[in-house]
Write a protein that binds this ligand. Sequence first.
Ligand code: NAD
Length: 288
Amino acid sequence: MLTSEIARVVVLGAGQMGAGIAEVCAAAGIAVSLVDVSTERATASKAGIEKRLARVVAKGKLDADTVRALLARIEPADASSYASADVLVEAATEQRDLKARLLVEADQGLPERALLLTNTSSLSVTWLAAQTKRPDRVAGMHFMNPVPLMKLVEIVRGLQSSAETLEAVKGLAERLGKTVIHSEDRPGFLVNRMLVPLMNEACFALEEGLGSAPDIDTGARLGLNDPLGPLELADLVGLDTVLAICEILHRDFGDDKYRPASTLRNLVAAGWLGKKTGRGFYRYDADG
Ligand code: NAD
């Protein structure tokens, strides 16, 4: 598939990543069907995109007509939209069985030549692809959070991903204004292999009483020149997602250095998932 032929994308999973992916696709002139567990959920996600863009307009960084046209390209939808899609980007919750089920359904609903891409942070793209009848047209397209602001897309090559598929994904990412890196299919790929152990180590430091959360984050901001400290970044990513990635690194490498910190498990068990639920390592008001 040529990148220029991509006219309609389904974004499956309309959470923080799915909303961002829908926005950048629509900004690039691509029609988007936004799908979640219900059309109500997808509609609420579109309302979130609208709210974010209203702030961008208020700051004078985009004009209202451009935003209106962008929003008109995003349609809250359901699985019936798969039949007319050129590409589906799966961005649902980081759970292996859930993603496998969603990819099987997508494989059945999509046109034969369509690409089936996953935004998974850590799961085996090869294994996910093997659940479908089009493993050559499956690849990882790993966006960074927040999608409209972060320049990087990590392209993950499953064992059976074809060269044409990888070329088309690269072209799509570039059409969205992103810079691409390539990773082989290993747990956590490149970015999360480096990042998630840092966030997990910060949790261990916190539970050992090595320093307070603000001191850990200030240490990383001012000592390492990171724009966000590891705990505030974990809150932004979502602690359920961070824990899921830790568990996958731990299980798939079979190495205890990746074992998740108890603090992380406890926060997730309490439903304090970070910014998206208003509480994680820190507390957040309605404006974040
Ligand atoms: P999120 O919790 O904000 O969103 C997940 C969405 O998936 C929710 O809207 C949920 O309703 C939806 N969902 C769950 N079951 C579904 C189903 N059966 N059908 C359709 N939708 C369903 O999570 P997120 O942060 O947007 O993460 C989504 C994916 O992106 C995960 O695979 C995650 O690992 C990956 N990712 C996350 C980040 C990050 O920083 N948060 C960065 C890169 C990649």
